[in-house]
Design a protein around this ligand. Structure first.
Ligand code: TXA
Ligand code: MG
Length: 320
């Protein structure tokens, strides 16, 4: 296993049909040649990912989109033009040569141009696009540094292309189309506000309960190992709960209480972009300590606050 910023070496391993970790502006990915079935199968195996969960195809430029998809809706072209390279994935009807093992037999393909200089150079040097899911075992928190990838996968990869800390720190926003109209399938690092400025109102259909006060359990995803509890009523929670060794994950304000061992702030300045960038690395850092519980609150539903709340909901073992 080697970690370096040598793009040629990354290209070498990928051309040998090996899986290589690559940096993007959102999170690190586990990449392989989309046309090599064995290499793509290894991605699924390494991540322990169910085979019915399709992969995102990473291409080198917006100009190339037409090669991989058919019937590009006007609003999809506009989004690609405004936001690529960038943290946006489009789900469009796939071209016939996109293998079914990339799309889990769907007739659509998820595709994006990542905005990371090293990975764009890498894509330029390759004769094939890269399939890449986030570089984490299924259901755990995504990696935003080369060190995170190393800690998760160690010797399972020949090479990690080190591109530093991911600037966005949250996965891309996924937009699909039905009858030419956009639907957001996953909230992410491109805010709805940005999208709507370009193409008008969009529908959100990401089947997470959006309402911050909805109680109950969510299917686990993006989850830290330490149980995470989301509450709107911190005072009551801290009074009634017996747990003492608590990490408080705050947006911009810390909380002092005898049961809280340590405060972690996502952005002391109350900046949503910065909070998104810090979310996963903070969860991973908290997980490396021995807290009994992480307690947090939803952020205001503004800009990337919405995307952060979506990830918190999926990471939580309980919301109250
Ligand atoms: O920011 C990102 O998007 C990162 C970086 C590495 O590019 N990648 C990423 O991949 O987050 P992954 O595999 O962790 O998430 C891809 C999501 C999955 O939820 C998958 O179900 C969805 O994209 N997806 C892929 N193909 C699809 C399709 N044809 N239709 C609907 N959803 C699709
Ligand atoms: Mg993922």
């Amino acid at each position: 296993m080697k970690i370096s910023n040598d793009i040629n070496e990354a290209a070498f391993w990928l051309s040998q049909n090996k899986v290589v970790a690559i940096p993007t502006e959102t999170v690190y990915g586990l990449a392989a040649n989309i046309y090599n079935e064995a290499a793509v199968n290894s991605i699924y195996k390494i991540k322990n990912r169910p085979s019915n969960n399709p992969l995102i195809v990473h291409i080198k430029s917006t100009r190339e989109l037409y090669k991989y998809v058919e019937n590009i809706p006007v609003k999809a072209s506009l989004l690609a033009k405004y936001f690529w390279p960038g943290p946006l994935t489009l789900v469009l009807k796939k071209a016939a040569h996109i293998p079914d093992y990339i799309t889990s037999n769907k007739d659509t393909v998820a595709i994006r141009v990542p905005a990371h200089p090293a990975t764009l150079k890498l894509l330029e040097s390759l004769l094939f696009p890269l399939a890449a899911p986030s570089a984490n075992p299924s259901n755990s928190v995504s990696s935003t540094t080369a060190q995170h990838v190393l800690d998760y996968f160690g010797d399972k990869l020949p090479f990690i292309l080190d591109g530093g800390s991911c600037a966005k720190g949250l996965e891309s926003t996924i937009v699909g189309f039905e009858k030419g109209e956009p639907i957001i399938y996953r909230l992410g690092a491109l805010s709805i506000e940005h999208i709507e400025r370009v193409i008008g109102k969009v529908e959100i259909r990401n089947n997470a309960t959006q309402s911050p006060d909805a109680p109950g359990m969510f299917s686990k995803h993006y989850a830290p190992k330490t149980p995470l509890y989301i509450t709107n009523d911190l005072e009551t929670f801290l009074t009634e709960n017996n747990t003492t060794n608590i990490a408080f994950l705050g947006f911009d304000k810390s909380l002092s209480h005898s049961k809280i061992t340590q405060n972690y702030l996502l952005s002391a300045e109350g900046n949503y972009d910065e909070a998104a960038t810090n979310l996963y690395k903070t969860l991973i850092e908290i997980d490396s300590k021995n807290f009994d519980l992480i307690v947090t609150q939803y952020l205001p539903e503004i800009d990337l606050g919405k995307s952060i709340n979506d990830r918190l909901s999926r990471a939580a073992f309980k919301i109250n």
